[in-house]
Design a protein around this ligand. Structure first.
Ligand code: HEC
Ligand code: HEC
Length: 241
């Protein structure tokens, strides 16, 4: 734990040193010309490569300072879980962050350091190969059972079609894995997507969540953080549950 804290503080201080020029800022969802997942830029190049997980493991080292070496992220939601995410989603999100279509000032200096499309593909292949950790941040507020039940009803009606029954997403369609993700990260993303602040969002999803109240976002995030994807989860420690 101490070691991780040290690496993290080094990473964060070097983020300041590396900061250099700020991220570019591309117009996104609020622009009339916005086309979600436009087939252009380094994303297209990276998607063509077969990622090399061994090389990707080295490239991932710097990422582990924030997202942790096993890709678990942090239960407080500051850093998302990455483990088990589809390579397509990882490549798209990284390319969007690098191109300034998704704001991420904390990570930008590191995302910028990946050299080319091949390295993007390698790191993504490595991350996808990691099992999804069992422990993550869940909803801990009042009425948990009711929140999860309310969220489940909404999810099944409006989200499952794209994100899957178990939160498995859809690799070919660039729909993210939700299973195992931290409650607070989910709530932040849902809010930013609803409010037009995540500029690379999917317009069909935005239509669905635009009318949601804050309470509904809490409920649906509570439910999503209860999802698990059979076959992709890490084994319980010591073989016991
Ligand atoms: C200094 C900390 C830090 C480092 C280092 C870092 N990230 Fe991140 N990353 C973040 C934060 C914070 C977010 C979430 C931002 C938000 O809330 O939108 C994030 C988000 C992401 C996302 C989007 C996840 C999703 O579910 O949409 C991906 C993919 C990602 N990081 C990959 C990487 C990779 C690959 C590296 C290494 C090259 C890396 N990160 C290094 C802080 C970091
Ligand atoms: C039409 C398909 C579609 C529907 C319907 C949809 N989503 Fe999404 N969702 C997406 C796509 C695509 C993304 C990634 C957007 C991007 O490119 O950044 C996403 C992103 C997300 C994210 C952020 C994931 C991350 O790792 O950062 C969450 C959380 C999410 N959706 C939850 C939901 C919930 C809850 C609903 C129902 C209210 C829903 N989505 C409805 C397609 C959809």
């Amino acid at each position: 734990m101490k070691h991780i804290a040290l690496v993290l503080s080094l990473a964060l201080s070097s983020a300041l040193v590396l900061a250099g020029p700020p991220a570019p800022k591309k117009e996104g969802i609020e622009s009339k010309e916005y086309k979600w997942n436009a087939q252009e830029g380094e994303k297209i190049e990276a998607l063509k490569f077969k990622g090399n997980t061994k090389e990707g493991r080295d490239g991932y080292e710097v990422c582990g300072a924030c997202h942790l070496p096993n890709g678990a992220g942090r239960p407080d939601g500051t850093f998302p879980q990455l483990a088990g995410q589809h390579t397509t989603v990882l490549i798209k999100q990284m390319a969007d962050i690098r191109a300034g279509l998704r704001d991420n000032p904390t990570m930008y200096p590191f995302a910028k350091e990946l050299t080319d499309a091949q390295e993007l593909a390698n790191v993504s292949a490595y991350i996808q190969s990691l099992c999804i950790p069992l422990d993550h941040g869940k909803y801990e507020g009042a009425n948990a059972a009711k929140q999860v039940a309310d969220g489940k009803a909404l999810y099944e009606k409006q989200c499952q079609e794209c994100h899957g029954k178990n939160g498995e997403g859809n690799k070919d369609k660039f729909y993210p894995v939700i299973a195992g993700q931290h409650y607070k990260y989910l709530l932040r993303q849902m809010t930013e997507i609803r409010d037009g602040k995540r500029r690379n969002a999917n317009p069909d999803m935005v239509k669905v969540i635009k009318p949601y109240t804050n309470e509904q976002l809490v409920a649906i995030s509570a439910y999503q953080s209860s999802l698990a994807m059979p076959g992709s989860m890490c084994k319980p420690k010591g073989g016991k549950k």
